[in-house]
Design a protein around this ligand. Structure first.
Ligand SMILES: Cc1cc2nc3c(=O)[nH]c(=O)nc-3n(C[C@H](O)[C@H](O)[C@H](O)COP(=O)(O)OP(=O)(O)OC[C@H]3O[C@@H](n4cnc5c(N)ncnc54)[C@H](O)[C@@H]3O)c2cc1C
Length: 451
């Protein structure tokens, strides 16, 4: 499409026309702000390591976002939106240079009332949670990167996380109420989307408009106790996770199950979790701890760690050892490790989980995250993989798919090749309208590239 080679652009003229918008030109800073956490994938490292933007801009409000959109459209400059840059698939890496639009200055909570908040896209999720908890409400779900991740980046590139055991995933109707986007047209417009229309933009990796504001649902804030329980064998730990997920009377926010030797990578828990344990990392509301302990007893578990809700802000947060933080801790000890993202079929007996656990042994270390999908609790997984070759990684993926597990491939920077698998006609039509020159995050949406 009509993306200009950025080296031939008159950057000084562009800077002049950007007016008061903060511009970062220092090459080291620009290089840093051109990266995300793609390095978890050895395949993405090969593809993305040399990709860098030309300049970073930091708008302070929606009017400045519109100014950036107008100037970039006028000069046909690629524009890649960045929240906190914690995505794992190179989502916010500029494949074709150009402008990085950093949303970190837009952090206002416009309003919050029981059950719902309206926020600017650059607000950090933990900061929002802190504010809403003061009135007795909390974010329904957050990635394990909630301390740094922005809400705009979560909606633009995330899928679910801590809280998904109760509320499902971001893509589930009701988990995003409205958003407001700025278009990439000669005369940029602001469009408010509500209801099902939000999915024209959600999880489009910033290819479909610049989100400036969002309305997100909140849930009642509970006093969450954090716990670690160990089990004599992995399948008992996995079954405990399923039973706990199915226990409707026990209110929970997190059920993470790690097979040995994963917990050996959790340095802060070295003295607490015995070497080579199979363990569960959990967040349970305090009034439910008694019935919870009955379930632990029934399955022969041992509680190794318990932190009260009152102490939630002190020391390590258990959530930061779950979801893709599990991979982070493993990789901090052994950087050759990589990971998979899998959805196992609903099956209370967990037959496929058991099969994969035995089939791959230590090569694919089992890490389950229980979530709710269409009202049913099932295990998602972010298995830690001992990487050898691209061919072997592909073989592992194929074996899972051939046996009925769904793989959201984290080793690609193309939207459709990851979790989605198909072209989203709704998103393509919307892109034609709001980004007619294909300037937003070019190279990531196959449907557009192949037009
Ligand atoms: C250790 C680790 C753990 C993680 N755990 C989880 C997890 O539990 N669940 C999960 O879903 N993800 C997880 N992730 C991925 C990532 O952290 C989350 O998806 C996070 O919410 C991304 O937010 P961000 O602000 O860093 O977004 P970025 O990485 O900056 O952006 C993500 C995508 O959204 C786009 N985008 C950003 N802002 C906007 C905007 N205003 N308008 C339009 N598009 C925009 C970007 O262009 C990019 O394509 C994890 C990553 C790491 C490294």
């Amino acid at each position: 499409m009509t993306v200009a080679p950025t080296r031939s652009l008159d950057w000084n003229q562009i800077f002049t026309e950007l007016g008061t918008v903060e511009i970062i030109r220092d090459p080291a800073q620009v290089a840093k702000l051109s990266k995300d956490y793609y390095s978890y994938s050895p395949l993405l490292v090969a593809d993305l390591a040399d990709k860098v933007g030309d300049v970073v801009v930091r708008p302070a409000n929606e009017a400045e976002v519109m100014q950036v959109a107008a100037v970039c459209t006028r000069y046909k400059v690629p524009l890649t939106i960045r929240g906190a840059g914690t995505g794992n698939y190179g989502q916010c890496i500029p494949l074709r240079g150009g402008v990085i639009l950093d949303m970190s200055k837009m952090q206002a909570v416009k309003w919050a009332k029981p059950g719902v908040a309206r926020v600017e896209a650059g607000v950090r999720m933990a900061a929002l949670d802190k504010q809403t908890r003061e009135m007795g409400w909390e974010i329904r779900m957050a990635p394990s990167t909630y301390r740094t991740a922005t809400i705009g980046g979560f909606i633009g590139g995330g899928s679910g996380g801590i809280g998904s055991i109760t509320y499902g995933q971001l893509r589930d109707r009701g988990n995003l109420l409205a958003l407001r986007v700025v278009t990439m047209e000669e005369q940029p417009r602001v469009i408010e989307l509500r209801g099902d229309d939000v999915y024209k933009v959600a999880h489009a990796w910033g290819t479909n408009g610049i989100i400036t504001e969002l309305e997100i649902p909140l849930s009642p804030a509970y006093p969450w106790a954090e716990l670690i329980v160990t089990f004599p064998d992995f399948m008992t730990a996995a079954r405990f996770g399923q039973r706990l997920g199915d226990a409707d009377g026990i209110v929970k926010k997190l059920i993470c199950i790690c097979a040995a030797p994963i917990s050996n990578y959790f340095a802060p828990f070295k003295e607490i979790i015995p070497n080579n344990s199979h363990c569960a990392l959990l967040m349970i509301t305090e009034p439910c701890l008694e019935p919870f302990s009955e379930l632990v007893k029934e399955l022969g578990g041992t509680v190794r760690y318990q932190k009260s809700a009152q102490d939630a802000g002190k020391g390590v947060a258990i959530g930061e050892f779950t979801w893709n933080h599990t991979t982070l801790h493993a990789r901090s000890i052994d950087p050759s490790l990589t990971y998979l993202q899998t959805l196992f079929p609903a099956d209370k007996e967990l037959k496929l989980v058991e099969h994969m656990y035995h089939h791959f042994g230590d090569e694919v270390m089992m890490h389950l995250e229980y979530i709710r999908v269409n009202g049913v609790v099932l295990p998602a997984a972010l298995q830690i993989v001992r990487y050898s070759t691209p061919e072997r990684l592909q073989e592992i993926i194929k074996y899972h798919e051939d046996n009925g597990a769904f793989i959201a491939n984290p080793h690609t920077y193309i939207i459709e090749d990851g979790g989605r698998k198909t072209i989203d006609p709704l998103q393509l039509e919307f892109k034609k309208m709001v980004d007619p020159h294909g300037l937003l995050n070019p190279g990531k949406m196959r449907a557009w590239e192949e037009l």
